[in-house]
Design a protein. Structure first.
Length: 450
């Protein structure tokens, strides 16, 4: 199997396609990854992934947790109704409409995570390509300055520019060897020195090289001491390259500043989500807007803010340090990747602990609708080892209707809740939630005609 032959054949067909259809490199580094990213997002949407929990026509949004709570509540209600009917000697048949399937009531609300993956798929190939092209361009600019120096030395020996280029094409010129060879071949088959050098300028693709090639062409046609002019041009180009490197080195401090700023933002949001926000949600609820504040998903909001800041922060880095936004995509990819890992490990992991929540007092109280329970419902919160969890925010809800205020646990890990059930008679479920763990208690609402 002749690998070299297959490679040469493949390069030939790629060259033909490029010339015939004017295919550009960006079509593959931007178009294909972007298409794949959009395809992933479309498939995710079609398979039920959403940004927010599923919202049914008959009630509020149902996440996986809410659906499980709803299923538990309806199961408890059905059992109590069946028990009451049995006491009266009646038989209650469960209908299909009353059965709630948790799988049907839930949806996957992880679309924001999928968007992060899609964004990385879309920008990483292009950012890598831009980085490699710039790295190669720098090598070509250095190699071209060496080429000018060698050409000036040949012209000092009495060789004209055309013969000098042809002679140098037989040597190793580093990153521009192939470009010089193509220019020399063009000169051999009859192209003018100007056209051949412009072809080399286009193939190298550097504005700096293009400027100095124009100088070389003008010097070759005007005559005079061309060798000295080329030598000074080579030295001048080296000086310009040195200045550019020094400028980039000085601007690297801004890259460090942006990266540190992103890290500070992540740490601040971590402190807010683990210390300050639970205190505000548990203690300052009424002063800051009532019960609705506890329903806000701050961790998700922080997650979105951090990822967006990483994306646009990287683009700003590219504009400031390298003069073009496209050079910032590599920083965006790095910042998004690091920020995502940090947020998932620190911020989102704060809602993943395992606790035991039990109702130690006040369960199964009877009350008239619209009135608070006679005795507070007390939940006890412990960790996986059975140790009390003091100063822990407990989010409390009541189903199917009513009002209740979330609160913080005391030093002994207990929290006291005084919910107000709705007006409709029946069984109400009070759910205490810490992280992914839940505890429940029931309230039996009597009718005024009972």
């Amino acid at each position: 199997m002749n690998i070299a032959l297959y490679r040469m054949t493949l390069e030939r067909y790629l060259k033909i396609l490029t010339l015939r259809y004017d295919l550009k490199r960006e079509y593959f580094t931007i178009g294909i990854p972007l298409f794949i990213a959009l395809l992933i997002v479309a498939v995710a949407l079609l398979t039920g992934h959403t940004f927010f929990p599923y919202e049914s026509e008959s009630g509020p949004a149902l996440s996986d947790e809410a659906a499980a709570k709803q299923a538990a509540y309806e199961s408890l209600v059905s059992e109590m109704e069946a028990a009451e009917a049995a006491e009266r000697g009646e038989v209650v048949e469960k209908t299909q409409d009353e059965e709630v399937s948790v799988e049907e009531a839930t949806s996957k609300d992880d679309m924001d995570h999928i968007l992060v993956y899609a964004a990385l798929i879309a920008i990483i190939p292009y950012s890598i390509d831009v980085f490699l092209k710039k790295k190669q361009l720098k090598k070509r600019e250095v190699a071209f300055s060496e080429f000018l120096y060698k050409l000036s030395e040949l012209m000092r020996g009495g060789i004209d520019p055309v013969k000098g280029v042809v002679s140098l094409s037989r040597t190793n010129l580093g990153a521009i060897t192939r470009d010089v060879q193509d220019a020399a071949s063009a000169m051999v088959i009859g192209y003018s020195f100007e056209d051949s050098m412009h072809r080399m300028s286009d193939s190298i693709g550097s504005k700096l090289v293009s400027k100095y090639i124009d100088i070389v062409i003008q010097a070759a046609y005007t005559g005079g001491n061309v060798a000295d002019l080329l030598f000074r041009t080579s030295e001048d180009m080296r000086a310009v390259i040195g200045i550019e490197r020094e400028k980039e080195a000085n601007l690297k401090q801004y890259i460090i500043i942006f990266y540190l700023a992103q890290g500070i933002i992540i740490m601040l949001t971590y402190i807010l989500s683990t210390s300050l926000l639970p205190m505000i949600q548990g203690v300052g609820m009424e002063m800051l807007g009532g019960n609705g504040l506890s329903d806000i998903d701050f961790n998700r909001g922080f997650f979105h803010m951090i990822i967006l800041n990483a994306l646009f922060g990287g683009l700003i880095i590219g504009q400031i340090t390298e003069g073009e936004i496209k050079h910032g995509f590599k920083h965006s990819a790095i910042l998004i990747s690091l920020s995502y890992v940090a947020v998932v490990s620190l911020l989102l992991s704060t809602v993943g602990g395992v606790y035991t929540i039990t109702a130690v007092s006040g369960d199964s109280q009877e009350v008239f609708g619209g009135l608070p329970v006679p005795e507070p419902i007390i939940f006890n919160v412990t960790d996986s080892d059975g140790n009390p969890m003091p100063d822990t925010f407990v989010q409390v809800s009541i189903s199917p209707s009513g009002t209740v205020t979330s609160s913080m646990t005391e030093d002994d890990g207990t929290v006291s809740i005084v919910p107000i059930a709705g007006l409709e008679p029946g069984t109400y479920l009070v759910t205490a939630t810490v992280s992914e763990s839940k505890g429940t208690a029931s309230i039996i609402v009597k009718g005024y005609d009972d």
